[in-house]
Design a protein around this ligand. Structure first.
Ligand SMILES: Cc1cc2nc3c(=O)[nH]c(=O)nc-3n(C[C@H](O)[C@H](O)[C@H](O)COP(=O)(O)OP(=O)(O)OC[C@H]3O[C@@H](n4cnc5c(N)ncnc54)[C@H](O)[C@@H]3O)c2cc1C
Length: 491
């Protein structure tokens, strides 16, 4: 058995861990990634301390079936756990680079286990530029260095696309296209510069929080079309779905009955377990479009430990079952969810941590931070800086513009363009609506015209059937057992 993983980011680290825990005959595993910081991907690369994880440790375990895996690792580093405690959540929220250390150690330990069982494991620091996939033959991977590697199975874990340049400002002096690592990009910004941040999601929050940590004195303006900030995260509680489970979803899909209409009463039953009312939740979510963002931030900061659990139940279900459910829903419903509800689902399911919300609110209350919605145009100004036009506002200006618009979730990353193109052109893969690769729900196998190819799989941000919002560790970890099984099957 000769298997390859292309890309050594978070998905690959979780997959290697799952593989090391699976009974199997020893084989050969080759992992390709040109990154100088393997097992982290960009999100967990080394950066400023304030670039934190966005979820508590229990929701960021890299090991399926062991929610405490990351929390235990963190506990073995008490300094990190204590230093980065979010007082409201009462949870440690360490820098993402510390989480990267965890991924790296987890992957290296797994490789040690595999080698101990007789596997040959190799990490090749090269980009995979293309693949040949003749029917009935092994997959041939081509690297940037010109080497060719034949394998029985290849899993693509190449991550997501590059940040989008919505206002076509790339190359303009004072414009930062990719804000990470913030340790480098913010270094070039004067402390009294007026900074406009394009976007109002979690990356924009990272930028504002890191500017505050650097004692920035100039104005910070978050620019967005819709004016929606991420919700403020609430304290966790033990929750095991009783009605809306993976098994139930698969059962409904098998009966050809999986529709939003079918999911509604199951969700209602989950809420009823906590005495919660779906109507009240709908009203709370609807208020996101009408309530003043700063007031909503203040209110939600006061509700971190609230006894009302409906929002958290919804988020946990969307996060854990969303990728599977989305792949099984009828195309029409999937499109409707994606096109109509993308913003609100993102705001709910990618919430900001209270410690960051408190910093944002403090900046707002000090008159230093403003959220401007209805942004229509941002352009270089004569004589330097930028001019900004937003509906109902006089023209605004900024010295520096920092882009915080992430890649479209599940788009193809630049680094994997050649590889993905070669697969698509050979008819071995097809692109999903957002550019990610079409995969079979429940196995991760690449599909073309509904037919899965047992030789090619995908996991993580590139897997097109995944949820249309930014992925999470929990979402990809939930898929590792099925992908591992598909990877090892048939040998
Ligand atoms: C800014 C940010 C913050 C996030 N914070 C959190 C969080 O706090 N909690 C959470 O649960 N989730 C978070 N996420 C989401 C999630 O953890 C990531 O999206 C996750 O890293 C996805 O893993 P991946 O392996 O698919 O991609 P990545 O981790 O990006 O890894 C892809 C790897 O593939 C390599 N690669 C690409 N092309 C090739 C090629 N052709 N050949 C070889 N190698 C290649 C790249 O070098 C890279 O190392 C965050 C996401 C972002 C963008």
């Amino acid at each position: 058995m000769d298997v390859a993983i292309v890309g050594a980011g978070a998905a690959a680290a979780c997959l290697v861990d799952a593989l090391s825990r699976q009974e199997s005959e020893p084989g050969r595993l080759t992992v390709f990634d040109p990154s100088p910081q393997p097992w982290r991907g960009q999100p967990y690369a080394r950066d400023l301390e304030q670039v934190r994880v966005n979820l508590p440790p229990q929701q960021m375990s890299a090991r399926h079936g062991d929610d405490a895996h990351f929390a235990d690792w963190l506990r073995s580093r008490p300094k990190d756990a204590a230093r980065h405690l979010d007082p409201q959540l009462n949870q440690p929220l360490p820098p993402r680079a510390v989480y990267g250390d965890y991924l790296e150690e987890t992957a290296e330990a797994a490789i040690g286990t595999l080698r101990g069982r007789g596997w040959q494991v190799q990490l090749i620091a090269e980009r995979v530029t293309g693949a040949e996939t003749r029917p009935g033959a092994r997959v041939e991977l081509h690297t940037a260095g010109g080497a060719k590697h034949r394998v029985d199975r290849a899993v693509l874990c190449v991550g997501a696309g590059s940040p989008r340049d919505v206002y076509r400002l790339a190359g303009t002096p004072g414009f930062v296209l990719d804000p990470y690592p913030l340790a480098d990009t913010l270094d070039g910004i004067a402390a009294d510069a007026d900074v406009a941040v394009v976007g109002s999601g979690l990356t924009a929050v990272d930028v504002a929080v890191c500017l505050a940590a650097r004692e920035h004195r100039g104005r910070i303006t978050l620019l967005s079309r819709h004016g929606l900030l991420p919700h403020v995260q609430q304290r966790g509680f033990p929750f095991q779905p009783k009605h809306l489970s993976r098994a139930r979803l698969l059962e409904l899909a098998e009966q050809g009955q999986l529709t939003l209409h079918q999911l509604k009463p199951l969700f209602g039953a989950e809420l009823a377990e906590f005495g919660e009312d779906p109507e009240q939740l709908a009203a709370e979510i609807g208020a996101a479009w009408t309530e003043h963002p700063a007031e909503r931030l203040r209110r939600q900061l006061g509700e971190v430990g609230s006894e009302q659990r409906a929002r958290r139940v919804l988020v946990r279900l969307v996060r854990s079952l969303g990728p599977l459910a989305l792949g099984l829903l009828p195309e029409r419903e999937r499109k409707e969810l994606q096109e109509t509800h993308f913003r609100i689902v993102s705001s709910l399911c990618s919430p900001m941590v209270p410690v960051n919300a408190a910093t944002l609110l403090a900046l707002h209350d000090a008159g230093q931070l403003e959220l401007v919605e209805g942004v229509e145009r941002i352009e270089p100004a004569l004589g330097g800086g930028f001019g900004i036009e937003a509906t109902g506002r006089a023209r605004l200006s900024a010295d520096v513009v920092v882009n915080a618009v992430n890649a479209t979730p599940y788009a193809t990353p630049d680094c994997a363009e050649g590889l993905v193109r070669s697969l698509v052109e050979a008819g071995a893969a097809e692109l999903g609506g957002t550019g990610g690769l079409g995969t079979e729900s429940g196995s991760g196998r690449l599909v073309v015209d509904g037919r899965p190819d047992p030789r090619l799989l995908a996991l993580g941000d590139i897997a097109g059937h995944s949820l249309f919002i930014t992925s999470s560790i929990a979402g990809l970890v939930a898929q590792t057992p099925a992908v591992t099984e598909a990877l090892l099957s048939g040998f």
